[in-house]
Design a protein around this ligand. Structure first.
Ligand code: 0RQ
Length: 495
């Protein structure tokens, strides 16, 4: 059988195209638009090969995390040896943290140019989910763009997963533009969040397409948990701050475009912004279009959004597909090197709101590595937004694990975003505006405003007794809270 002139290939043919040790680039940015059928075939193939004592492990690259088929199932089949640039599955996380899988955690806008420059070697096979492909090689992508346009140009061989579950009308949201390699780059003509500068399809050389695999499964996007009291308080502090900035004229009456990171807290902040009567209708220039944003569009609060993935539950995706005449004027999906492009973020004056696991008293942020050693997910797009935004906000609950962990610590044991890129930090306790403050002023503000009261005396004493130059630290104690947690299961065991 053939589709648009390309053969429909069997599992046997698929697995014969992908060899042990190959680098395989899959579509998907989060679970949105992720390849599904081929990873499942490869997991089964890996199990069979391993049962026969043969090695089968591949190097896996995607746009960002990639849902269960890759970060859980393929990992569970011990079929991944190397992974980039972000992940979000428990099985894979455990394998990375036990050194079974090598993991390259990277800024997401760098991924396409890193791969096309050959920094990661050859891409042997690309597996890309689409709603349609034409005989001349136009590929209409599904719920995410991510780095798929680059995979299609760089890979030696290509397999297309046609997902009949997604509407072909999703391509009405797409704006695909691949930057030429440096030094032949020109300004990118995105001067407002909804500007379109490219095409609704990606392109592939038809000769590289080995075949089509058909698929009929929705994206496995999970709903966020309900907003709790802590995330509501964080959201209220952020909203009050934005209103105050607006009132003082530091941001315009219609606000600057917002970016919101991933996670439950970020979703709660978006929902809170939507409900507040004094927040005017605004735009977003972000990375992931998440559930709360659809409600904001429906209520008229969100005028439009640029992203690279529609990370929304299947019912909400269907709502978009069924009302495309309306939503195609409100949502633009771009390749990740454009959605997260530092120059555009700076040009548009984006207000970036991201989430930390922990912050230190000087404003350095750890979003990725628990105790400095164990990866949670990765830096994701937080770095490019935080570093280039007009205003960079980081938020986190002040304590984790029932108070056994303080999210405000003397020194973070891993830095994703440093004090030079962080202007505002916020917990449910309060918001610390760090602009214009020197290190010791920052420490005082963060401890008194953001730290949980349980931990304030410890943190104040740490600063008071530290050895001071420009910054105060006690190098014998800067990780004492983390060491306590490792040894006693809580950061302040004697309290
Ligand atoms: O553990 O799941 O066992 O309960 O970490 O914590 O509070 O549910 O956090 O869902 O908001 O995610 C930083 C992980 C936050 C996410 C992170 C434990 C806590 C819980 C999760 P359990 P919450 P959220 C994209 C931006 C990096 C990438 C990024 C993330 C679990 O936001 O991956 O920003 N960000 N991309 O108990 C040990 C601490 C802890 C801790 C919390 N200090 N130490 N464990 N936990 N704090 C950019 C765009 O979209 C543009």
């Amino acid at each position: 059988m053939k589709t648009a002139g390309y053969p429909i290939i069997s599992k046997q043919e698929v697995v014969s195209l992908i060899k042990d040790g190959d680098t395989v680039a899959f579509s998907g940015f989060t679970a949105a638009g992720a390849a599904k059928a081929v990873p499942a075939m490869l997991a089964e193939h890996a199990r069979q090969e391993h049962a026969h004592g043969r090695s089968f492990r591949i190097r896996v690259i995607t746009g960002a995390s990639s849902g269960n088929y890759i970060d859980n199932d393929l990992a569970e089949a011990n079929a991944i040896s190397w992974r980039a640039p972000y992940q979000g599955g428990k099985n894979l996380r455990d394998q990375i943290n036990s050194q079974e899988v090598e993991y390259v955690d990277m800024h997401l806008s760098h991924v396409p140019q890193t791969v096309s420059a050959g920094f990661f070697g050859k891409v042997n096979v690309a597996v890309v989910e689409a709603t349609q492909i034409t005989p001349d090689g136009r590929v209409y992508l599904s719920a995410s763009i991510g780095a798929s346009p680059t995979w299609l140009t760089c890979a030696d061989k290509v397999i297309i997963e046609i997902n009949h579950c997604h509407s072909p009308r999703l391509s009405e949201l797409a704006d695909i533009f691949i930057m030429p390699p440096p030094p032949r780059r020109h300004p990118i003509n995105v001067y407002n969040p909804l500007a379109k500068i490219g095409w609704p399809f990606a392109q592939v050389d038809p000769k590289k397409v080995m075949g089509i695999v058909e698929n009929n499964e929705p994206d496995q996007v999970m709903a966020f948990s309900q907003e709790d009291e802590t995330s509501k308080k964080i959201a209220n502090h952020v909203i009050e701050f934005l209103l105050n900035e607006k009132q003082s004229g530091r941001i315009p009456p219609q606000l600057f475009p917002l970016q919101a990171g991933v996670g439950n807290t970020a979703n709660a902040v978006l929902a809170g912004l939507g409900r507040h009567p004094d927040i005017p209708p605004f735009y977003m220039y972000s990375e992931v279009f998440q559930d709360a944003m659809l409600e904001l569009i429906d209520s008229g609060k969100l005028l439009g959004a640029s992203a690279t993935a529609l990370t929304i539950v299947p019912e909400k995706l269907k709502q978009i597909e069924d009302n495309m005449d309306f939503y195609s004027k409100k949502i633009v999906l771009r390749p990740q090197e454009i959605s997260n492009h530092p120059g555009i973020i700076r040009r548009l004056g984006v207000v970036a709101i991201n989430t930390a696991l922990e912050i230190d008293i000087y404003g350095n942020v750890n979003s990725s590595h628990v105790l400095g050693t164990h990866v949670m997910n990765g830096v994701g797009g937080s770095g490019e937004f935080a570093r280039n935004s007009h205003l960079s906000i980081f938020m986190t609950p002040s304590i984790a694990k029932g108070g056994k962990i303080s999210a405000v610590v003397p020194m973070v044991p891993h830095v994703d975003n440093n004090e030079h890129s962080v202007q505002v930090v916020v917990t449910e306790q309060g918001l610390a505006d760090l602009r214009g403050l020197g290190p010791l002023e920052r420490a005082e503000k963060i401890i008194n405003t953001c730290a949980h009261p349980l931990y304030r005396p410890y943190l104040k004493e740490y600063v008071a007794k530290g050895s001071c130059g420009h910054i105060c630290h006690d190098l014998t104690r800067c990780f004492e809270l983390h060491r306590n947690f490792k040894e006693f299961g809580e950061m302040l065991p004697n309290c």
